[in-house]
Write a protein that binds this ligand. Structure first.
Ligand code: ADP
Ligand code: MG
Ligand code: ZN
Length: 475
């Protein structure tokens, strides 16, 4: 075991899925023509007055509740000074103290062990625009993103490894999607994170010098950047070099982190209360109403799936990780109450199709009732699981009744002993040496014979019946 231990804290930015921007009525929409969604407020014109988007406050507060935070009835917006071309106002509108939410936690399970990760705070702020470097000597500024509502979720330095950090991010994304407050699209930047990483001798209670890695935009990059950084810091210390507190960038192509700048301190930002925005007040009634609207969250749903459907913790984890998948599973079980069979089809066949990237659940014509019917015709012996695998791609692409599909393709399972017996006898007759070995005690060869029979029947033979018949004729 290594003599060092990693200490990690994340700062996660999530764009809120509101219709309009944080402080103006411009559309909050990705993918428009550059500078299409811009007004005097979000382009930072002097004298333009911001108006707070109430939906953004609701989403921030709901996220806080879901992450077991205290939601403050009073919080304030501050100006945080920067100089960047994509931030024409010269400041970001953010929250210093008090933020809208603080003192929460999230439980994550890593390698079977449950770990509680503290949430220091959640504050609201607006996003900057985007600089587009054209490659020539010209850079362009697109302010469509400027003013997009963000929440920043800051964790305590409670994470102890790269995998744990990635698992935390997955869990957080899942909660945000359940709440419907963020679309969770990491490629488009709706969800991104900065990772603060330090190491210290195992058993020490003081923190080491930390490095902040900016803007990690996939789970894989979160994990790999932190892994690299831990290794780099260890090597530095082992060679007697001192670590510097700095901001680094992750290069995902080379899989290294590079120094960007020395770390700025809070005082460098010249935070001061934004005089254009009154304090944010959240009343007890509003809070109670929002709390009532909270959906069942992943942890609760996972428990219910284990209790109600007898799923294993691993199955329940997987099936509740995405709300859409959990909804699909539940609808299928409602149509045909064999949870284990349906869970297996989802984890085996459906996820394979989804991971292959052709379509997502929302755009596939496959309905939960179709999957339920597939489970039923397997259970009824109309088809084998092998045939279910074979037709699944087509079913996923076209939807509709799987029973009609297998009948039209002539793939209905042969469960007639008389019909199968011929294939069984032929398989034995064609393989005399295997038969001899089987009779001599190599009973593992049974599966070889099953394979032969399946070949002859193009996968349509009822496997249980084949086993039975083979055993009878081989002995
Ligand atoms: P900022 O980055 O804006 O200066 P903070 O100092 O509050 O903000 O810290 C931000 C993040 O850094 C938090 O997630 C916190 O848990 C984490 N952090 C603080 N100290 C360390 C450390 N020594 N090692 C790793 N992470 C740390
Ligand atoms: Mg920071
Ligand atoms: Zn605007």
């Amino acid at each position: 075991m290594s003599v060092y231990e990693a200490v990690i804290g994340l700062e996660v930015h999530a764009q809120l899925a509101t219709a309009s921007k944080m402080f103006c009525s411009c559309p909050n929409h990705f993918g428009n023509e550059p500078n299409e969604n811009v007004c005097e407020v979000c382009s930072g014109m002097p004298g333009a007055l911001p108006t707070l988007n109430k939906k953004a406050v609701e989403y921030a507060a709901k996220t806080g509740m879901a992450l077991n935070c205290t939601v403050n009835d009073y919080s304030v917006f501050a100006r945080k000074s920067y100089f960047y071309p994509d931030l024409p106002a010269g400041f970001q509108t953010s929250q210093l103290n008090p933020p809208i939410c603080e003192h929460g936690y999230v439980d994550v399970t890593v390698n079977g062990e449950s770990r509680r990760i503290g949430i220091t705070r959640i504050h609201m702020e607006d996003d900057a625009g985007k600089n587009l470097h054209t490659g020539g000597n010209i850079s362009l500024v697109d302010l469509n993103r400027a003013g997009t509502p963000l929440i920043e979720i800051v964790t305590e330095p409670d994470l102890r490894g790269a995998e744990e950090a990635a698992t935390f991010m997955r869990k957080l994304r899942s909660v945000l999607l359940y709440l419907g407050v963020c679309d969770g699209n990491m490629e488009e930047g709706s969800l991104r994170c900065d990772a603060n990483v330090s190491i210290r001798p195992r058993g020490s209670s003081v923190f080491g010098t930390r490095v902040e890695i900016k803007n990690l935009n996939s789970f894989r990059n979160v994990q790999r950047a932190i892994e690299y950084e831990i290794k780099r810091q260890k090597e530095c210390l082992e060679e007697g070099e001192a670590l510097v507190q700095e901001t680094r960038l992750y290069d995902s192509v080379k899989n290294i982190t590079l120094s960007m700048r020395s770390k700025e301190e809070a005082q460098d930002y010249r935070y001061f209360p934004n005089p254009d925005l009154p304090p944010v007040r959240v009343s007890g009634e509003e809070l109670a109403a929002w709390r009532k609207e909270l959906p069942e969250l992943p942890d609760a749903r996972r428990e219910r799936f284990m209790r109600g459907f007898g799923l294993s913790p691993q199955d329940a984890d997987l099936l509740t990780s995405e709300k859409a998948l959990a909804d699909f599973f539940e609808a299928a079980v409602n149509a045909y109450p064999q949870a284990k069979r349906i869970a297996n089809l989802i984890q085996g066949e459906l996820l394979r199709e989804l991971n292959a990237g052709g379509a997502d659940l929302a755009s596939s014509p496959l309905r939960p009732e179709n999957l339920a019917e597939l489970a039923r015709i397997i259970d009824e012996g109309v088809i084998s699981t092998k045939i279910a695998q074979d037709i699944f791609g087509e079913l996923f692409a076209k939807g509709g009744s799987p029973e009609a599909l297998v009948r039209s393709k002539g793939l209905v399972q042969i469960s007639d002993a008389g019909e199968l017996e011929q294939a069984v006898l032929a398989a034995i007759a064609e393989n005399p040496s295997e038969k001899e070995a089987y009779c001599g005690g190599k009973t593992k060869l049974l599966s070889f014979f099953v394979g032969q029979v399946m070949k002859k029947t193009r996968g349509k033979a009822n496997p249980a019946l084949v086993n039975e018949l083979l055993k009878k004729h081989l002995s």
